[in-house]
Design a protein around this ligand. Sequence first.
Ligand code: AMP
Length: 365
Amino acid sequence: MSTVGIVGGGQLARMLALSGLPLGLRFVFLDPAADACAAAVGQHLHGRFDDQELLERLADASDVITYETENVPASSVALLAQRRPVYPGSLALGTARDRLHEKTLFGELGIPTPPYAAVDTREDLDAAVAQIGLPAVLKTRTLGYDGKGQAVLRQAEDVAAAWQRLGGVPLILEGFVSFQREVSIVSVRGRDGAMAFYPLSENVHRGGILHSSHCREADPSTALARDYATRLLTHFDYVGVLALELFEADGQLLANEMAPRVHNSGHWTIEGAQTSQFENHLRAILGLPLGSTDPLGCTAMLNLIGELPASSNAVLAVPGAHLHVYDKAPAPGRKLGHVTLRSRDPESLDGGLRQLEGLIAPDGR
Ligand code: AMP
């Protein structure tokens, strides 16, 4: 029986384990939170991602190691990689950790991006604003997620306040894209180089946090998104699930960011695809054959943010609804769970989604 070590013990690690238990896998997680929600489904090593002793213990306990976040220090990955196979590899992780490295690579691989410039000083910021124009988005290069570490600059007066709030760490200024849609492609590559792609997800963010994802089978942008994902998977000699987030604007796809891990916009695959992104990630890192990524009807996912619905009964009474609760303490803006809705046809999906939207917490509206 193989044991999978995961750096991080949040909901992504928990869902990886939930998909791996039927395959006879065991799990061990390293996480600094005493109440890490993956602890319910495996062994929890409680401590920081750079704790040498715990990293050694994680390696000792694991046959293969992966992670649920890109915010793992490079030195920790190097230590683990000396002891056990670590997938995805450190090149993909190091690139995804830094928005500037990520955008530079996209450019090198011919994947279009919004215009951007590196910003380290106030002078850089003024020069970047002059070059890119407004509106624009100022972002921290590392450690940002769910809209954190970002400021939208709409007019010249916003520049000083944004610098005040975010300055002092390496930043990137991006042109603000008036996109028609946000989409993502969740892809997977096995140890043998086999690749598979889920149908495109069409995503709606509110306040920088993912609100909902729709599986879009036969979407006209699929071929281009797959092409871009393929370039990344091949470049990294990648093993595991990789998500690429894209803005669709005026018929173009512009890359926003990539995630070298299972991704929130792929949660619908648990009930909505032949093989979930979680199971396929595990299959990939263990050198097992990849499972089919074919969809199973019309599917959408709604995140539960900040607060859980007052009544699980009401959610589960919606035909085709599946409730996932992560067992995390509620906090504003925190992802506490999600609901997947699977229907036979688009009309019943829309009807069910309207019902669900009425039941979920105000934060998530
Ligand atoms: P990120 O953390 O980069 O994924 O940003 C979170 C969300 O903010 C995105 O999904 C978009 O909805 C929005 N956003 C980020 N960057 C831009 C941009 N350059 N132009 C327009 N919207 C953006």
